[in-house]
Design a protein around this ligand. Structure first.
Ligand code: SAH
Length: 218
């Protein structure tokens, strides 16, 4: 394991352990999610200048006006997505630096993640290769379209806020599947969508703050 990977001082396993304790205190209960968060070194996804803050529970700038999500939010969304069950095929919209995709890779058999900003997509691909996250497939594309050639997904997670649920993504959700997304513009909240044989059920959860879902590739 190289130095960048294992980390020193503020980026060490012990620092990550403290983050896990904080997530527990904040109410994350799913042990599978906590173990996944513990396994993924967040500092490799942020600029070296910010690495010492990688385990603070805050969002950090990624460049291109985007941010790496707050650890609590990543843990919470994956906890909702899992609902205590193993996940087979998951789609993430908004790869960003790839951190959440790396955490998802620990809890799902196959992860597909779509990013519309090419340099972010390329950098995430490098980071995930370095982490040997072989079950993650990245695509440079507009996430509004989903990935029809791979669908259906038993989990869909969006890392950017939509003003309405993209209908194309609803169609790509498997029966029995769950989708978690931030909804709204100024005021945003987490929305859970569950699909069963009868249709879709929507549940409004806590308020959140995400960058907006944009249209097309950049
Ligand atoms: N998942 C990241 C957070 C990324 S921030 C993490 O682990 O920290 C949200 C990302 O969504 C940004 O990188 C942004 O470029 C991307 N995004 C916004 N609209 C999109 C779209 N239509 N398709 C794909 N990606 C999109």
């Amino acid at each position: 394991m190289n130095r960048r990977y294992s980390g020193i001082g503020m980026t060490s396993q012990r620092t990550r352990g403290r983050l896990i304790e904080r997530l527990r205190e904040q109410g994350i209960q799913d042990e599978v999610v906590l173990a996944a968060m513990n396994a993924v070194p967040r500092h490799i996804f942020v600029d070296e200048a910010l690495a010492s803050r990688a385990y603070d529970d805050v969002s950090l700038p990624l460049g291109f006006g985007q941010t790496i999500s707050q650890p609590y939010t990543v843990a919470r969304m994956i906890e909702i997505l899992r609902d205590g069950r193993p996940l087979k095929r998951v789609l993430e919209i908004g790869t960003g630096c790839g951190y959440q995709a790396a955490v998802l890779a620990q809890v799902a058999e196959e992860v597909y993640s779509v990013e519309r900003v090419q340099p972010l997509y390329e950098r995430a691909a490098e980071y995930l290769k370095e982490l040997q996250a072989h079950n993650v497939t990245l695509r440079y594309a507009d996430g509004n379209m989903g990935l029809p050639e791979v669908a259906p997904f038993d989990g869909i997670i969006m890392a950017a806020a939509a003003t309405h649920v993209p209908p194309t993504l609803l169609k790509q959700l498997a029966v029995g599947g769950r989708m978690v997304l931030p909804l709204g513009a100024q005021e945003q909240y987490l929305c859970l969508i569950e699909r069963d044989a009868q249709g879709y059920r929507e549940t409004r959860l806590e308020t959140v703050k995400f960058v907006p879902l944009l249209m097309g590739k950049a």
